[in-house]
Design a protein around this ligand. Structure first.
Ligand SMILES: Cc1ncc(COP(=O)(O)O)c(C=O)c1O
Length: 416
């Protein structure tokens, strides 16, 4: 490590809050699925800024859109109309109403109109989703306000989204947390029905169910298509709003535009962020018009949400994904990556869809694999001791997947 990197680490360690345990590398350059550190070493990136750099680092079309916007105007606020915002919301509505087969190939449209509110992050998008659902509960369900989520879910770090997150480990020290949230085991429709029919005093009656179709932070645990269809039917039965958190799974990460499409369902509210703008901080919550139209001026807002730079980056990202048929590439490359991972020693299972995959190991080597991976030029990510999670840029090539899998095999053999 050269002196500059050591100094950068010292500065960071001294002046930046230690809410993350950082790995000892400073990335200064990225292109496609590759990164370079301050010393010029090359890395293959299988994390993509935690699933955000969807089209790859510094995609020329997104860079061009941002450069153009940088020269025009950055921030005017939501008090005014703005270039790109309407076009982006329209493209998102079209993507949300797309239908696909169970592998993610696009087949048609439901014709549903979706309306978006733009935020700056996934947690903020979920805050917006919770507010829309509670408005629905107030107006249509006689004041019901409870939100039912899944155990091992992850919905963000704000206090309400922490409450929604069904993992006690994130709750300790930060109470009192906002009330009205309960969680049930994923893929257990009877447990969900029982919770809806017998709400506790602490939540009161429910107005919404909120789920990830693949629990990313929890360890890449997919909801089954059958379960999602049963959840949709249960929500219809009780008139609950179905919120799908597509923050990690959305924008072709799973092959289809959004992961709920793989199950052939249509939610009422969808939160998104990460891949929406190729790494530029942006998020959105979209609702079907019947719910979105319950929100009025003054009900929700954000100074920076939907700002001109974010809208330019997001519009360029979404349009490029569609033009370049990125979903087809994800389905193909994802299938190849799944095969390569499944063939690795000590891998007992590969879970997920498209280019959101988790490899389960039968030995606790996930943490050292990430550290050793760095010295081999691999950016990897682990969830606790037994799971590696793979979220490469969606433009990753088959050759890059092979290079990663070959190197990973060597690392596993050396460790176990
Ligand atoms: C499913 C899901 N929801 C919400 C969030 C929170 O997003 P952000 O970190 O942008 O607030 C994440 C982040 O990993 C996520 O995976």
């Amino acid at each position: 490590m050269n002196r500059t990197t050591i100094e950068a680490m010292k500065l960071d360690d001294t002046y930046v809050m230690h809410t993350y345990g950082r790995l000892p590398v400073e990335f200064v350059y990225g292109a496609g699925a590759e990164l370079a550190d301050a010393e010029g070493n090359r890395y293959l990136d299988f994390l993509a800024g935690i699933g955000a750099v969807s089209l790859g680092h510094a995609h020329p079309k997104v860079t061009a859109a941002l450069m153009r916007q940088l020269d025009r105007v950055w921030q005017v606020s939501n008090y005014y109309y703005e270039e790109n915002r309407g076009e982006l919301a329209c493209a998102i509505s079209d993507l949300l109403s797309t239908t696909t087969d169970e592998r993610g190939h696009m087949t048609g449209s439901t014709g549903t109109l979706w309306k978006s509110f733009f935020s700056n992050s996934g947690a903020e998008s979920n805050e917006g989703a919770i507010k829309v659902a509670r408005r629905w509960g107030e107006v249509k369900l006689d004041g019901a306000s409870g939100i039912l989520t899944a155990r091992q879910s992850f919905h963000g770090r704000t206090l309400a989204t922490l409450s929604a997150t069904g993992q006690d480990v994130f709750h300790k020290s930060f109470g009192p947390l906002p009330q009205g949230f309960a969680s049930v085991p994923l893929n257990d429709i009877d447990a969900m029905r029982a919770a809806i029919e017998h709400p506790t005093e602490s939540t009161g009656r429910f107005c919404a169910v909120m789920l990830e179709c693949v629990q990313g932070e929890g360890g890449v645990w997919p909801a089954t298509a059958e379960y999602l269809r049963q959840v949709r039917a249960l929500c219809d039965e009780y008139r609950l709003a179905l919120i799908i958190d597509e923050v990690q799974t959305g924008f072709f990460r799973c092959g289809s535009p959004f992961s709920f499409q793989l199950a052939g369902i249509e939610p009422d509210i969808v939160s998104m962020a990460k891949g929406i703008a190729d790494g530029f901080p942006t998020g959105a919550v979209a609702a079907r018009a019947a719910l979105a139209d319950l929100m009025n001026p003054g009900d929700h807002g954000s100074t920076f949400g939907g700002n001109a730079l974010a809208m330019a980056a997001a519009r360029a990202t979404v349009e490029t994904m569609i033009d370049e048929r990125i979903g087809e590439h994800v389905i193909e490359t994802g299938a190849h990556m799944r095969e390569r991972l499944a063939a690795l020693p000590h891998v007992t299972e590969v879970r997920g869809h498209g280019l959101m995959l988790g490899a389960q190991f039968d030995v606790p080597i996930a943490t050292p694999l990430v550290t050793d991976g760095l010295s081999q030029g691999l950016v990897l990510n682990h969830i606790r001791d037994y799971i590696l999670r793979f979220l490469p840029p969606l433009v990753v090539t088959t050759a890059q997947v092979d290079e990663m899998a070959d190197k990973l095999e060597g690392l596993i053999v050396a460790l176990a």
